[in-house]
Design a binder for this molecule. Structure first.
Ligand code: SAH
Length: 210
């Protein structure tokens, strides 16, 4: 059940559901999602559903990963992308196929360590991973061409908007527990343009590290 055929079938389904960017579809064909979940769940890795990764967190649904990645790339050709909420490392691995440099921040030390080990084994050398509070972003490497937030804040975090470079795009689920609006913010100089594109459901973004 973890064969390339199963994976291809999922990606074909995502294309039918409106994911149109061929680069994103190729990346999803190439990154083995089953390596980012526990072995007991590997047989379900190519279902279009979120799955538990421990600590009450989830690896996002493939459609959401595809759609957010597509939205991020649509704004241009981002060279440096910051992800908030490393979780399993899967979204970071997809981004690493499409973007020269990926930075990712996770607040839970145990998940961060597991993700780091997986990404090391996958020999993805263009990802830098950090144990930290995503509400603060990662100022040392700012500004970013793209910022992708994969846990839900109730409002757009100020530090992330500040670390978004000119012409850059931020994609984030914004809202309370259970239901959020997938929100796209584009920076044009000092101006920020914001629009909502879909209803989604993410785990909440929480303050501080653990
Ligand atoms: N992108 C992940 C899915 C992440 S689930 C993947 O591909 O698997 C959301 C993750 O965000 C969880 O691991 C959670 O611990 C993390 N998170 C929540 N609040 C955070 C914060 N303030 N800073 C960094 N990570 C945070």
């Amino acid at each position: 059940m973890t064969s390339q055929r199963t994976q291809d079938r999922l990606v074909d389904a995502l294309a039918r559901q409106g994911v149109g960017d061929g680069r994103v579809l190729s990346a999803l064909r190439e990154v083995p999602r089953h390596l980012f979940v526990d072995e007991a769940l590997a047989s379900r890795a190519y279902e279009n559903t979120p799955l538990p990764i421990g600590e009450g967190q989830t690896i996002s649904q493939p459609w959401v990963v595809a759609r957010m990645t597509e939205l991020l790339l649509e704004a241009g050709d981002p060279q440096r992308v910051l992800e908030i909420g490393t979780g399993s490392g899967y979204q970071a691995a997809v981004l690493a196929r499409l973007v020269p440099q990926v930075y990712t921040v996770e607040r839970l030390g145990s998940l961060m360590c597991k993700a780091r080990e997986r990404l090391r084994r996958a020999q993805l050398t263009n990802i830098r991973i950090r144990h930290g509070d995503g509400f603060e972003g990662w100022p040392a490497h700012a500004p970013y061409d793209g910022i992708l937030v994969t846990a839900a804040p109730e409002a757009l975090p100020e530090a992330l908007l500040e670390q978004l470079g000119d012409g850059g795009r931020l994609v984030a689920p914004v809202g309370g527990a259970g239901y959020q609006e997938l929100t796209v913010v584009d920076r044009d100089g000092v101006h920020l343009r914001q629009r909502r594109v879909a209803g989604v459901s993410f785990v909440p973004m929480r303050q501080g590290c653990a």
